[in-house]
Write a new protein. Structure first.
Length: 255
């Protein structure tokens, strides 16, 4: 009886294996494109588009993508994927969700203060102050060092006998992890600098994605790189127009 159950379990695979098998993987040159990853990436693109338009819907849509990508990046740990597990990419999805809940609440409060509908711009973007910029830079740099040590410690606790990371791997993963938190928080605050933070993340995320076999993620970073430039120009344009008007953002904007 136990043998039969074990065979059935092995045939069906675990939950994550069945989910990834359901979406299938598509061979692409030397890589495989995983359907579940593509779905998460496409939802993330939709969220980014709404973010550029400054709509509150950017946040809940983004959270759904974060949940999907969390399991994609840790698929190898659950036996559902043969690729390298990206702790930083997975961990940042958790922080994305936490920060997105804050951003969702804050943008919704600002939207109500402006009397705007849910399909209208919720905030008026602005440049961060010098103090705020220095705080972001310090957090990014110091955070990268700390998170790098955490990732190395996690690796030492449970190393993978089939793969040994290069010295740069966890530095890249940590840079992306902390930089993504900086970018998402800055977006929640309505700072133009959040677009620049994403450029810093993209510069590392693209080569890391290809190096670890996460092709859709790498392609997403390339697309984001072009999209970020356009989104940045749009937010800066709105900031300049707002600065030339007598109307000011509600006091909650700096709260």
């Amino acid at each position: 009886m136990m043998t039969t159950l074990a065979a059935a379990d092995e045939a069906s695979g675990n939950l994550f294996q069945r989910l990834i098998d359901w979406t299938q993987s598509i061979p692409f040159t030397t890589y495989e494109i995983h359907g579940l990853e593509v779905i998460g990436v496409l939802i993330g693109v939709v969220s980014a588009w709404y973010g550029m338009k400054r709509w509150v819907w950017a946040w809940p849509i983004g959270i759904s993508a974060n949940i999907i990508l969390f399991f994609v990046y840790l698929g190898a740990l659950f036996g559902a994927d043969q690729r390298i597990p990206l702790f930083g990419q997975a961990g940042r999805q958790i922080f994305f969700i936490i920060t997105s809940i804050y951003g969702w609440w804050r943008w919704n409060q600002l939207r109500k203060a402006r009397g705007a509908a849910s399909d209208q711009a919720a905030i008026t973007p602005r440049w961060a102050t010098t103090r705020e910029r220095l705080g972001l830079i310090a957090f990014w740099l110091l955070g990268t060092v700390v998170v790098h040590q955490v990732f190395v410690a996690l690796w030492n606790i449970s190393p993978n006998p089939y793969w040994t990371p290069q010295w740069w791997f966890y530095w890249c993963d940590a840079w992306i992890f902390v930089g993504s938190i900086v970018a998402t928080y800055s977006m929640a605050r309505g700072w133009n600098e959040f677009w620049l933070a994403w450029i810093g993340v993209d510069l590392v995320g693209v080569p890391l994605g290809f190096a670890t076999g996460y092709v859709p993620t790498a392609v997403m970073y390339i697309f984001y790189g072009m999209f970020v430039l356009y989104g940045f120009s749009q937010w800066v344009k709105v900031s300049r127009e707002s600065a030339g008007q007598s109307d000011r953002e509600p006091s909650l904007a700096r709260g």
